[in-house]
Structures are given as C-alpha cells and as structure tokens.
Ligand binder design. Structure first.
Ligand code: CU
Length: 344
C-alpha cells in the first residue's frame, strides 16, 4: 500500500499524521440538503450543541462521543446514553451552528471527516474492511436521555422495532468510496488523483465523507425531526494481541432538522438526474443518491434502482405508510461499485 520508493519519507509522514490525528475520530460536522441534480444547496445545518472547528473553544473532545468511554470495561451498558452529554437536549449551542432546514422527503448529506480511518487502515488492526458501518435513525419523538441500546440495532426500517418511536433510515459503509484526508498513504494518494477537487475553506485539500439519507415524507412540517448517527467501529477478537476479545467502539452524533413546508408541489413529477463531473465540494455520492431517489421513484421495498450514477427517476406521490428504508442492500452495493481501494 505504501509506495516502494521514498519509504522513509512516507513513514515519517505516517508517524506525523498518527501523532497529529490520534484520537481525532469522527462526528457529523455538517448537514446539507441535496438538490435533485445531486448538488448540495442552501445553508448548512449542524448537530445539537455543535462547536465549530473555527470556534476558540473547539477541541475534538467537544464533539467526539465514544461508547463505551475510555477507561471503562469493554461492554455497552443498558444505561449508556445514545447522545453526548452536550447533545441530549434539542438545542443548538450557538447562532453560528443552526439546525438544517429541510422539507419532508428531502435528500440530506451528513458530512464527516475520515481522519485517517479510511486512508490509513494500518493504524488500527482488526477493524472492519468497510471502516465500520454508519447508521442513521430518525424519530419525531426523541427522548432527552435516549439510551443507545433502545435504538441501535433495535429500531428498524419498518418502524416496528423496540418501542416503535423511530425508524432506521440508512445503513452505509463509513468509507463512502471517495473520501480522503490528504496524507502520504497509498489510498489517499490514489483517491487524490481519482477524486480531485479545489481546496475550499471548509475541507481544505481533504474530501469529507458523507452519508446520504432522505427524510421521511410524513415528517410533520413545523417541527424538528431528530437524526441519530451511529458509527459502529469494532475491533475483531484476536486481531490485536492486546485485545484478545476485541473491542466495542461506537461513536455517535445527535442532531435535529427543522422540517419546513416544501416549495415543490408534492404531486409533481420531477426529473432527478445526477450531474456528472460536478464539483466534488458540493456533490452527493452517486450510488447513495441513486438509492434514495430510486426508492422514492419506485416505492418498492428496499429497492435499489441501478448502480449507475445517472439514473433518472420520477418522484411520485409520497407514500402514506411509514417510510421503508431505502438501504436494504447497501453494504455490498457500495463496496462493489465504488470502493476498490480499501485495504490490501
Ligand atoms: Cu479513531
């Protein structure tokens, strides 16, 4: 995975990155609405209690939420909260970090940094090939002290899981197949060449990861809709001699979206076409976008219309019944089509 020439320089680079990003981990930094052409539009939204990287009080610990926390036995407890202490109430910390505004059924990108978890897999042995799995759960009835184990792995796409307050909206690979941190590792080098973009103020030279979801059509306007992002990033047993039983490692971000009336007539037929060659600074992931749009067009259970990045689908009348997740087949789908570079 490392280029054979210049090995010492690469090694130096890796050590430098390891030192500078150790414990960086990941959280949802920003949410964006995705237009029918696959481009991010409007103003960004932010998680509950968000602290921007540009804020003087920012540190990773202000946003990272690890379960189980460091220093505790390797077991998730029934009493473990889903949300970080600063994210248990439905409040924004500052005017600089407002909620996202989105209409019912809107496509939304949850954006996060890979921080080396994708491009430097050698840093942590025994981690899943897809760099862990990310889940998004949705509810109109959040609880202030929501418990992880009442939601994660319990709420399902049909809304019939657990206490039935919410649904599983999306399951994806943490590695969206494109994202990278700029570093000297082979994966990053390959992706920098394959997915070039103009450095911007937000991402710099990096390309952030994303998980693209759709709000349920029946999300009521005029009130917040809650999203729970859960990154499951376990270490397999026996992979690391120091961790014979492996290790549970889950990160979460809790956020609300203000659901606002749609400006698009709900019964109109709109052509959805992902624009190829658009700037990657503001573009959805084609395969994920196709899934949510394909589902909305066909309204079939778990339908994935096509792995093509330029599907054209029609948006029909919103489904009246509980929204069924568009993501049943995601994991293989994404891996096969867009991420040939992960791991050796
Ligand atoms: Cu990490």
């Amino acid at each position: 995975m490392l280029r054979s020439h210049n090995n010492s320089l690469v090694l130096f680079g890796l050590i430098f990155i390891l030192l500078t990003t150790a414990g960086a981990h990941s959280w949802v930094e920003q949410l964006m609405v995705i237009a029918p052409n696959g481009t991010f539009v409007g103003s960004p939204g932010y998680p509950r209690g968000n602290v921007l990287r540009t804020d003087s009080s920012f540190s990773d610990t202000a946003m990272v939420n690890l379960i189980p926390p460091n220093g505790r036995p390797n077991k998730i407890l029934r009493s473990d909260s889903l949300c970080k202490q600063t994210q248990q109430k439905q409040t924004q910390k500052s005017k600089d970090s407002p909620r996202l505004q989105a209409s019912p059924g809107a496509a939304i990108a949850l954006r996060f940094q890979e921080n080396g978890h994708v491009t430097l897999p050698q840093n942590q042995v025994g981690k899943p090939h897809n760099r862990g799995t990310v889940y998004v759960y949705g509810t109109t009835q959040p609880k202030e002290n929501e418990k992880l184990l009442n939601v994660h792995g319990v709420w399902n796409k049909n809304g019939t899981g657990g206490d039935r307050r919410g649904v599983l909206l999306s399951t994806q690979n943490f590695d969206d197949g494109r994202c990278y941190q700029v570093n000297s590792g082979g994966i990053s080098q390959k992706r920098q060449a394959e997915f070039p973009h103009e450095a911007d103020q937000l991402m710099g030279g990096d390309l952030w990861c994303q998980q693209d979801i759709a709000l349920p059509f029946e999300a009521p306007s005029g009130q917040p809709y809650t999203l729970y992002w859960v990154w499951d990033w376990p270490t397999a047993p026996r992979a690391d001699p120091g961790l014979p039983e492996g290790k549970q490692e889950i990160y979460t971000t809790c956020m609300d979206v203000d659901v606002v009336d749609s400006t698009v007539p709900s019964h109109s037929r709109i052509q959805m076409r992902y624009i190829e060659d658009q700037s990657l600074n503001r573009a959805a992931i084609p395969s994920q976008f196709a899934e949510i749009m394909g589902y909305r067009g066909s309204r079939r259970t778990g339908a994935v219309s096509s792995p093509s990045s330029s599907v054209v689908v029609a948006v029909g009348t919103p489904p009246a019944s509980p929204v069924i997740s568009p993501v049943a087949t995601v994991t293989t789908f994404v891996t096969v089509t867009v991420s040939p570079t992960v791991c050796s």
